[in-house]
Design a protein around this ligand. Structure first.
Ligand SMILES: [Zn+2]
Length: 186
């Protein structure tokens, strides 16, 4: 599935979720056999670990549909970039979505600053570039942070940069609204 078709499928899934028409996950004999053969996820998603933003539910997807990397603040760190590289190289996914969300705790912690401990400090350092210029609306910072992650994929990964330039892979940023369940794509 090409990147545009994958994006359309995600939008339609989110519409079903919002309308209360989600189809959910169905396990039956044939699909069970297919799943054992391998995976061909139609999209890759980098999203926050926040319990309120489970991608498979927000996009009404089933087993094998989405290759999901979840990390607080949807940061593009070594492990998340490596995971995305794997999916691009070996699973053939053409769409990479970086999804930020309202009221993100990691973004809030980055805005607050201070010492959060060795490991959290390191994670929050990935969000730092999104804090400039300052904004009192944390959603503005969260959206900017999604773009920072997308740019880092291109700048730090030869594999992903080449996939975007030569192989039809697209990186898209998005933002999830709690108020109406909408995932807004940039
Ligand atoms: Zn979050």
């Amino acid at each position: 599935m090409n990147a545009n078709d994958a994006l359309e499928r995600m939008k339609q899934g989110n519409e079903r979720f919002r309308a209360g028409r989600a189809e959910g996950v169905v396990i039956d004999g044939p699909s069970h056999e297919e799943l054992k053969q391998g995976q061909q996820p139609f999209a890759i998603l980098l999203s926050c670990s926040d319990s309120r933003v489970p991608p498979e539910i927000l996009f009404d997807t089933g087993l094998g549909d989405l290759f999901v990397i979840r990390v607080a603040g949807n940061v593009a760190n070594l492990s998340s970039i490596a995971s995305i590289e794997y999916a691009v190289l070996h699973l053939g996914s053409k769409l990479i979505v970086v999804m930020a969300h309202e009221s993100c705790g990691a973004v809030g912690a980055a805005i607050a600053g201070g010492d959060a401990g060795k490991h959290l400090n390191r994670l929050l350092s990935h969000i730092q570039p999104a804090l400039d210029p300052p904004d009192k609306d944390d959603s503005v910072i969260a959206r900017r942070n999604a773009k920072v992650s997308a740019e880092r994929m291109i700048n730090e990964s030869d594999i992903l940069r080449s996939a975007v330039e030569n192989d039809g892979v697209k990186i898209v940023t998005a933002f999830f609204h709690f108020s109406n369940g909408e995932v807004q794509f940039d």
